[in-house]
Design a protein around this ligand. Structure first.
Ligand code: AMP
Ligand code: GLY
Length: 439
């Protein structure tokens, strides 16, 4: 199998690394890529968001399966164009990717499927949105409807904050066209978990769960980032919770997508909050999470090519998806100053010092060649995800941090608290047992 991965981040390095281990693989390319993907595949200088260029590259290299990492090419119809060219791809079509690309669309699917979520209202004009928030004193979350690189969500504790958020979307167009329509939701609270299941348009696999960290600072302080680390399994994750989420979220969603004529094929990612009233879906994404992928893909026991092809061909019933039972912790190392301005092109030292039960996934890195000598240097905000694994989260965390401490570059920053169990306030969080008692 000749496989092409699309994307340039830590998620795509993890995809390429896991695909490289498949017994079916003959050749592997990455559209985009970084210095890490270059170690396991051939990087092509193709912009992952340039859908036509990716299709041309896939044809030129006679690709048998394209694996799409990020949401933008999916929302722009990459999978549809590959299908028209006769090339199977892992990922949803443009219509099915609306589950991430339009929050209003996602909420309407959820409503039809009976998937529990916050109360919400969709607004297409500013005046109605402002009238709504001024009359509503409870905390709300204001969201740009479209793709905004994870930045289009404002937590508003009073009508004044909500009015500012509405205006920045609809009047100041802070998120461009993505904020022409907005969704205003009830603000919920509880621990969050990212849940992933493979889907083939009809069937849904056994899910896997991980937690990520969005804030830059220890203890979840400071501005939001693309993700500072992740761990699996979440300390509150149980088999009955997994079953509950498949039965109440994943399967009904897949059924409604299929009944609307836009079957969902690929990885379905539900961002779930465990509230005192039960699990509530905050969002769906149409792709793997970053940095969750760097801790969950090492757990995929099944052949990744077989699973991904089965998703693309509607044959998931023939290919069991099995996950190993092991703890993984992924620590993101960033350039100093991220998520604000930062410098790049600093050499990264210590990458070759391998340690047992660890793997370094590259994100913003590139090879600098000088006088015939190549060195790996920083080229982005999030530079590496360092993953460690073991029998317990403590073991996995200790290994990840030991490896982190052996890697250095000027200005390197990382959080020190990744993989410490999430606090779950007693009595406040729903558990499957509680649901059984009350229903
Ligand atoms: P989203 O992009 O919709 O997942 O939102 C990003 C983050 O905002 C989530 O991970 C939550 O931490 C928070 N969030 C989104 N929606 C809500 C909500 N209805 N209530 C509370 N927090 C939310
Ligand atoms: N880890 C959050 C995301 O990938 O959207």
């Amino acid at each position: 199998m000749r496989v092409l991965v699309v994307g340039s981040g830590g998620r795509e390095h993890a995809l390429a690394w896991r695909l490289r281990q498949s017994p079916q693989l003959t050749d592997l390319w990455v559209a985009g890529g970084n210095a890490g993907t270059a170690q396991v595949a051939t990087n092509l200088s193709v912009n992952p968001e340039d859908v036509d260029a990716v299709v041309t590259a896939a044809q030129a290299h006679r690709i048998d399966l394209v694996v799409v990492g990020p949401e933008v090419p999916l929302a722009n119809g990459l999978v549809d164009k590959l299908a028209a060219a006769g090339i199977p791809a892992f990922g949803p079509t443009r219509a099915a990717a609306q589950i991430e690309a339009s929050k209003g669309f996602a909420r309407s699917i959820m409503q039809e499927a009976g998937v529990p979520g916050p109360d919400y209202h969709v607004f297409h004009d500013q005046q109605s949105a402002l009238d709504f928030v001024r009359k509503n004193s409870s905390p709300v979350v204001v969201k740009a409807d479209g793709l905004a690189a994870g930045k289009g969500v404002a937590m508003c504790h009073n009508p004044e904050e909500a009015s500012v958020a509405v205006k920045s979307c609809m009047n100041d167009r802070l998120f461009g066209n993505a904020g022409e329509t907005i969704v205003i939701e009830e603000m919920l609270s509880g621990p969050e978990v990212s849940v992933f299941a493979f889907c083939d348009g009809e069937q849904v696999s056994t899910p896997i769960a991980a937690c990520d960290y969005k804030r830059i600072g220890d203890g979840d302080q400071g501005p939001n980032t693309g993700g500072m680390g992740s761990f699996t399994p979440p300390n509150f994750w149980t088999e009955s919770l997994a079953k509950e989420i498949v039965d109440r979220v994943m399967r009904p969603t897949a059924e409604v997508m299929a009944s609307r004529g836009t079957p969902y094929q690929g990885i379905l990612y539900a961002g779930v909050m465990l509230t005192e009233d039960g699990p509530r879906v905050l969002e769906f994404n149409c792709r793997f999470g970053d940095p969750e992928t760097q801790v969950i893909l090492p757990l995929l026991r099944s052949d990744p090519i077989a699973v991904m092809l089965a998703c693309a061909q509607g044959r998931l019933d023939k290919v069991p998806v099995e996950w190993r039972d092991q703890a993984h912790v992924g620590v993101v190392m960033t350039s100093g100053g991220y998520p604000e301005a930062y410098e790049t092109d600093f050499e990264i030292h210590g990458l070759a010092l391998e340690q047992e039960n660890t793997q370094v996934f590259h994100a913003g890195t590139r090879l600098l060649t000088d006088g015939g000598v190549s060195r790996v240097a920083t080229s982005g905000g999030r530079v590496l995800t360092v993953t460690g694994w073991g029998d317990s989260l403590d073991d996995a965390r200790a290994r990840a941090y030991r490896r982190v401490e052996s890697i250095s570059f000027e200005g390197a920053y990382y959080r020190k608290d990744i993989g410490t169990p999430r606090s779950v306030p007693e009595g406040e969080v729903w558990s499957p047992g509680q649901a059984a008692q009350t229903s």
